[in-house]
Design a protein around this ligand. Structure first.
Ligand code: GRG
Length: 299
């Protein structure tokens, strides 16, 4: 099945948290006052860093060897952090707890958290630009990587998916509708994390396609597992408020299919994801372990 996932995640956390800590200091030199402080707060909240681990593992699985890949992972985590700050706002999921801490608008206030979310997008662009410099990649590759990351974060991906999700509150989505929401709001960035690892390693097109297909499957699996955890885990385990989907009357995999079918669909997606890598001759050692972790995690 591949190696234990704990050291893979621990390494990603250690390296990416170090970089984001440094960026947190840097941004406060050009974003002054309370907003800069809140930006630092958001950048340094302790996430699991699954997307970071996917970037680093995808890179290494296709032959990348530079430790500077952690900076690409930090760029992806910065876009993810922006989405969490805005997702928690009263006009969206309206939550008080995130990563075991007060959400940014609770620790500060709504206007500050709104600014922080928007400011994190250009910060992500700066982090990515610095990453490609550290990796000594061409400006053409920086362009391809930026397009990958910000298209995934945009209307065709995360923003579009979240938009559909908000519009679907108090309405019942069918299975296909749910897949579209989940692939957009969560799957697109996870897919991009995998492709970015491949692009940074200058992998050939068929390898990039295999990483994209792997990411496509585990991206959906990730959100299905998140739906299951919302009803099976506690707020303490999750570091965020459990039971939020039911409270917001959201259609989820659990409300549409039930816990058991949701779990088995996620497991099937993880197997399909791994098969895409095998078919392209990409190592499944760490990416396989991450796929299994994503569908069986407890937080
Ligand atoms: C303006 C419509 C509009 C959207 C703005 C807010 C937003 C963009 C998108 C929200 C996307 C979102 C929050 C999707 C859920 C993704 C998800 C499952 C998050 C939890 O990820 P984990 O478990 O969290 O990896 P950690 O804290 O470990 O990083």
């Amino acid at each position: 099945m591949g190696p234990d996932v704990a050291p893979i995640l621990a390494e990603a956390r250690q390296r990416v948290d170090g970089l984001l800590g440094a960026w947190s200091e840097r941004v406060q030199t050009f974003v002054p006052g309370r907003t800069g402080e809140a930006l630092g707060y958001s950048l340094t909240t302790p996430g699991k860093r699954v997307r970071a681990a996917l970037v680093i593992s995808a890179y290494r699985s296709v032959g990348g060897i530079s430790p500077a890949i952690a900076a690409v992972a930090a760029a992806v985590e910065t876009v993810h952090t922006y989405s969490l700050v805005h997702d928690d706002l009263p006009c969206m999921d309206d939550d008080d707890l995130r990563r075991g801490r007060a959400t940014t608008h609770r620790a500060y206030d709504v206007p500050t958290a709104t600014r922080v979310g928007f400011l994190l997008v250009p910060v992500a662009a700066l982090v990515l630009a610095q990453a490609t410099k550290d990796l000594v990649l061409s400006s053409e590759l920086l362009g391809r990587m930026a397009r990958e990351l910000f298209e995934a974060g945009g209307i065709e991906g995360m923003v579009g998916g979240q938009w559909m999700d908000l519009e679907a509150e108090r309405r019942t989505l069918d299975h296909d509708g749910l897949i579209a929401v989940h692939r957009g709001k969560t799957g697109a960035l996870i897919r991009a994390a995998c492709v970015l690892g491949g692009l940074a390693a200058e992998a050939p097109r068929p390898t990039l396609e295999a990483l994209a297909n792997y990411g496509h499957e585990i991206g959906l699996a990730f959100q299905i597992a998140d739906d299951v955890l919302d009803v099976t885990a506690t707020s303490a385990q999750l570091g965020k408020t459990a039971g939020r989907d039911a409270a917001l009357a959201k259609s989820t995999y659990v409300s549409v299919l039930g816990v058991d079918r949701a779990r088995s669909e996620a497991a099937a997606l993880a197997s399909h994801a791994i098969r895409h890598l095998e078919q392209a001759g990409v190592s499944t050692a760490t990416l396989g372990a991450l796929a299994h972790y994503i569908v069986s995690r407890k937080s």
